[in-house]
Design a binder for this molecule. Structure first.
Ligand code: GLN
Length: 208
């Protein structure tokens, strides 16, 4: 099988941590491939999977727009590119987002996932925390969630599956090949979610 290129949107956020987690996940799976920082349209066109990191969703949205990469990302994700959005990355994937304190935020979103996300749902930096979760992903049972100014998912459309909850809050979801997490898997020590993304990309490569 051909080599897999796992893109990491490289405009803003915790990019390095996802690079390391992706490297580790590829080697744990024995998969041929490498991570690629996605900074422009050409990069976005050639990846077999995409990770949108945590960081600041407003900045990530405007930089994607300024760099002209947004339409390509939308098109590729809509057409089934396996994509993992973590924290701000999940916000960026969402169709609708608002802030718990300030309400509606007019920010640029990729907007391909039929979810409404509440930003800073658990409070701001000071209220960051870690918690063990049940995660409905093959090979996972408990997952250590690192929540930093984390969002939660408030509404989900048809075809969106809940993957994890924290109390009443939905904190991980999947719609087709898109996965969103309110927490930071790249900081958890586990590469289960990165491996899941790579498996989705491998399945696609076999079918192509
Ligand atoms: N609160 C940030 C936002 O709205 C997300 C924080 C994070 O990615 N750790 O973009």
């Amino acid at each position: 099988m051909s080599r897999l290129t796992v893109g990491i949107l490289g405009l803003q956020g915790d990019i390095e941590e996802h690079l390391s987690a992706t490297d580790l996940a590829l080697s744990r799976l024995g998969a041929e491939g490498e991570p690629l920082l996605v900074k422009g349209i050409d990069d976005a066109k050639r990846v077999n999977a995409l990770i949108i990191p945590g960081g600041e969703s407003t900045v990530m949205g405007s930089l994607s727009s300024i760099k002209g990469i947004l339409p390509t990302l939308r098109e590729r994700i809509t057409n089934g590119l396996p994509t993992l959005g973590t924290c701000a990355g999940m916000i960026t994937l969402a169709k609708r987002a608002y802030d718990r304190v300030v309400g509606e935020t007019s920010q640029t979103l990729i907007g391909t996932m039929d979810i409404t996300v509440e930003r800073n749902s658990f409070g701001r930096q000071g209220e960051s925390f870690e918690a063990d979760l049940g995660l409905d992903v093959p090979g996972a049972s408990k997952f250590h969630g690192v929540f930093i100014r984390a969002p939660s998912v408030k509404t989900i459309g048809q075809g969106v599956k809940e993957l994890a909850r924290l109390g009443d809050a939905v904190v991980a979801v999947q719609q087709g090949n898109m996965i969103g997490t309110a927490f930071h898997p790249e900081l958890s020590g586990s590469t289960i979610l990165h491996e899941y993304l790579i498996r989705l990309a491998k399945t696609d490569a076999v079918q192509a």
